[in-house]
Design a protein around this ligand. Structure first.
Ligand code: NAD
Length: 275
């Protein structure tokens, strides 16, 4: 394909949330890079001086069209300001921003929601929800000619899913934040959307109890009869970031092989009985 024909030629943007090649953010980054985008990434700061976090992320970003890789703990306002100042030094203005970050203490996600601790809940809400507001605000300041922002959510925001527990409450707040930020930033021609991804085995997903069972159930019930990959999620997120979605804002786009539409086990009985 000729360079000028690529979907993201001449576009620059920031991706937060690559931990390794399995990350949903890695799927987004791979597609955007292949489509000509110039990218800036964050990694969790290393606390012991051994640069292990940076090296793990670099294994993914070194293969891509990466202009910047710098530390940012999204629970720190100072880190967010310092990171986006580096983005500004590298890029001037940006066209898109991807927030693919979540965290909850294992002991608080592995217990019934009714039993989660105040400290664990606030920590999860801070890193999984407030960080979206804080980083979207910072990113929007460098979107001088409009732009597009996307975050990652899960169906557990809408319905009770076994094992998802208090993270479902966080994702509900994240989805509401998408709508309010879409309204706030619309006058600057900045669109704000979320991808509600089906389950993918990643580092963060390992905090959710019995994830393998969840994967099996999803594939059996989903109309398409399979689970999504981080490439699937990457392409759909890129669509929302691109001009192809120029009138879409405040939307929660399900990228889940259709699982969310089902009100009964659907094809699950025949699929599981064939095994
Ligand atoms: N994997 C799934 O099944 C699934 C499904 C739907 C939505 N999601 C969402 O996708 C997003 C990405 O998760 P993933 O599954 O790719 O897992 P992942 O572990 O690859 O990514 C999570 C990222 O959050 C980052 N992070 C955590 N705390 C941070 C902090 N304080 N500061 C900065 N970064 C921090 C981690 O470094 C990591 O890069 C999350 O919001 C998750 O809830 C995941």
């Amino acid at each position: 394909m000729h360079e000028s024909a690529k979907l993201f030629s001449g576009k620059k943007g920031v991706i937060m949330g690559v931990a390794n090649e399995h990350s949903l953010a890695a799927g987004v980054a791979g597609f955007l890079s292949a489509q000509g985008a110039e990218l800036a990434f964050s990694h969790l700061p290393d606390k012991d001086g051994r640069n292990r976090m940076e090296q793990r992320v670099r294994r993914v970003t070194d293969k891509l069209n990466t202009k910047l890789l710098a530390p940012c703990d999204v629970s720190s306002n100072d880190d967010i300001v310092a990171f986006f100042n580096k983005v500004s030094d590298s890029f001037g203005s940006i066209d898109f921003f991807v927030h693919s970050v979540a965290f909850a203490p294992v002991e608080d996600i592995r217990c019934p929601t009714v039993a989660c601790s105040r400290a664990g809940f606030l920590n999860a809400m801070d890193i999984s929800v407030y960080s979206f507001i804080a980083t979207a605000r910072a990113a929007s300041e460098f979107m001088s000619s409009g732009g597009s922002i996307a975050t990652m959510t899960y169906f557990g925001a809408e319905k009770v899913l076994a094992g998802y527990n208090m993270m479902g409450v966080c994702k509900a707040a994240l989805e509401a934040s998408v709508r309010y930020l879409a309204n706030d930033l619309g006058p600057k021609n900045i669109r704000v959307n979320a991808v509600s991804a089906g389950p993918v085995k990643t580092l963060a997903a390992s905090a959710v109890g019995d994830f393998s069972t969840m994967l099996g159930i999803n594939a059996a019930i989903a109309p398409l009869g399979r689970n999504v990959t981080n490439d699937d999620v990457g392409r759909s997120t890129a669509m929302l970031l691109s001009d192809m979605a120029s009138s879409i804002t405040g939307e929660i786009l399900h990228v889940d092989c259709g699982y969310n539409i089902m009100g009964s086990p659907g094809h699950a009985i025949e699929r599981l009985s064939k095994k």
